[in-house]
Design a protein around this ligand. Sequence first.
Ligand code: 0A1
Ligand code: ZN
Length: 849
Amino acid sequence: MRTEQPQTIRLTDYRQPDYLIDETHLTFELFEDHALVHSRLLMRVNGGQGALPPLVLHGQELTLQSLAFDEQPLAVGDYQVDAHSLTVQPLTKSFELVITTRIEPQNNTALEGLYKSGGMFCTQCEAEGFRKITYYLDRPDVMSRFTTTVMADRGAYPVLLSNGNLIASGEHEGGRHWATWEDPFPKPAYLFALVAGDLYRIDDSFTTMSGREVELRIYVEPENREQCAHAMDSLKRAMRWDEQMYGREYDLDIFMVVAVNDFNMGAMENKGLNIFNSSCVLAHPNTATDMAFQRVESVVAHEYFHNWSGNRVTCRDWFQLSLKEGFTVFRDSEFSADMNSRTVKRIEDVSFLRANQFAEDAGPMAHPVRPESYMEISNFYTLTIYEKGAEVVRMLHTLLGAEGFRKGSDLYFERHDGQAVTCDDFICAMEDTNGVDLTQFKRWYSQAGTPQLEIEGHYDAATSSFHLHCRQSCPPTPGQTQKLPFVIPLRMALLDANGQELPLYLAGQTQSLGTETVLAVTEAEQVFVFEQVSAAPLPSLLRGFSAPVKLAYPYSRDDRVFLAQHVDQRLLKVYRGVLADSSLDPAMVAEILRLPSEAYLIELAQQADVEAIHKVREWVRRELASALADSFRAVFQRLEEAGGSYSASAEAMARRSLRNTVLGYLMLTDSSDTLLACVRQFVEADNMTDRQAALIALVQSPHEQEKQAALEEFAQRWSAYPLVMDQWFSIQASNPLPGGLERVQALMTHPAFNIRNPNKVRALIGAFANHNLVNFHRTDGAGYRFLADRIIELNQLNPQIASRMLTPLTHWRRFDTQRQALMKTELARIMACEALSDDVYEVVSKSLN
Ligand code: 0A1
Ligand code: ZN
């Protein structure tokens, strides 16, 4: 057990920095067994009269080689160094500090700071990785102009990149070369980036709305050169969209994207030099599924959008993380909605939020969109900050309307360009442009937990009025027992017996609100009275999921079927009708056929019975499969005929989505024809979406021979493609058939598996613990023990990934007492480890509390 606790950082302790850094000049000498970082900082005291405060620079895992103040080398007694900082006493208000540190990128398995991914050097500095490169004021409110020189062996590292524009380059003796990059925009250190490697470059260009020409470059390892077209295309569409929808233009002459195989997250928005997990760049129909194509599109857009929401206007401190992340996720999801089917995108986002963010909000790590404290900031790149944060921005958009929202965002960007600001500043810009008071709305930023909204409707025939009684509450979360009412935008309509929307007249208002409106629920209890309602209506509530709440309305079963489709009475009939209607969007039909995920059903339950949930869900799937078999066959046939050869269009993706959903159902019926069709699809598919869908259906089927043959064939054919092998691992890890743990343990020794690669960890260990619930929650606790062992191993190698893998164990309160005990035993075992990282310590200690 570690003896000393990590420090807790609190929002209320925020203070302005004592010193500022006007210019940062870096020189990197890269070698195989170490790197030297020379840093020259032009600094000055931040305001303040009187005595100069000591200068405390952040620094971690650095070997200090030399330190000079205004060209005077400092002797050992002139400064103090500990594990986290370097302290010196400045004697003048402004000064130049020159520091040389030595680091070992080749031994950096945490993938934070400067590290090696395969044969390439790269960086990841958000949130606090820069301090592992050199001593610095590593906080987002210290913004500086950077100039960076990279020196390395020309043969092994022909490409040398950093932020901004290339201003000079040249040769050194001994086969080495160098390049100097200058970034004209002041930025915090977390947006710094450097890349050195042997990379292939794909070029394109973009003309901005003011007519400037921007060079676009994607750098990848040479074998991936054919897989970049979709990312480049997405980038150009994102650039155009941000001009059209937000009036935001790109600001440098060059925009670069680099794909790396070893990366803790999806991607990083470093100024002018985005670094991506290769899984979020590479996409070719032969190797990537339609889902992967959509992910590439949205992540490329997300990182690009950060250039304004994050870089030009950045965060004052890390408590404001959602300021950039919530806003940027909202922006990227609107972009995806505009590029694809808006409805399908919304359903996907909402399902994901409900299954995962709601669980986070109900667990031991629950925190507000603006947290109040943390031990390790890396633990706060959460679904609450990103997805719930985006819902909060979406609610503002709903309440202010598209135009009001746009005016607010224009003012926000204009007022705060070049600044490091807070969520309050964002809200203030919205208030100032729209003349509204959002004080109560801001509780979404300060109160954690998922609000409950209970609504009852009463019709009064005597007065032709309909009363909507709304009651809101929010469960307690760690550190917050009492909650005040939120502002909940409730988009709603009233339907008559034919499913027609009725005109809405709120009591006391003379004008009709039209047939759909957004009510603001602001009180703990509140009644809305609608008049001129001639018969008892059926309310349609929380349309478009207008607020991230749990809605309870005592709908009858009939009401629900009616809401899904106005005419039919029974679910099967609804499904049959939907399947027969070839005019419907196939992607939408696929969504309708998708049952709620096991994770969502567990989230809904007070105490979840994992086996019962799995069995009942499987039983429903089988029942649907046999009752609707004819309809499914007809659809499968119809879509095959419509199919033709591969296309990447939205329509073709929608068809594949429905056809493969239907194939999944058909494979649950005992039909040899279907088995043949599935094997044929696996063998003959001209794209990865269809091939993978067939493989999943085979793997989850009882047909051992066909399954093994397909798995082997797949592994042989794609062994040279790491991202395809990730799919192969993940399909097997998610297979709910008995023996799941043993299969995963065997795969750990497969030559393509590597615990140092985060994508592999997610594909095998993550998929098992998060998507194979019956096997993970085995009653003998072996699933938990396996996960805890891997976390202990990862804690040494990569604390961020170790900590992320902990999530399923932290939800122990959801399960029966026997499982709770087993899960807690594993958490306690992890807690007892020596040398526990801050990352793992924070999550384990909070979940055992
Ligand atoms: N800002 C990035 C996410 C990111 C955060 C941390 C990282 O390393 C620990 C890497 C990326 C984004 O939102 O895309
Ligand atoms: Zn982001």
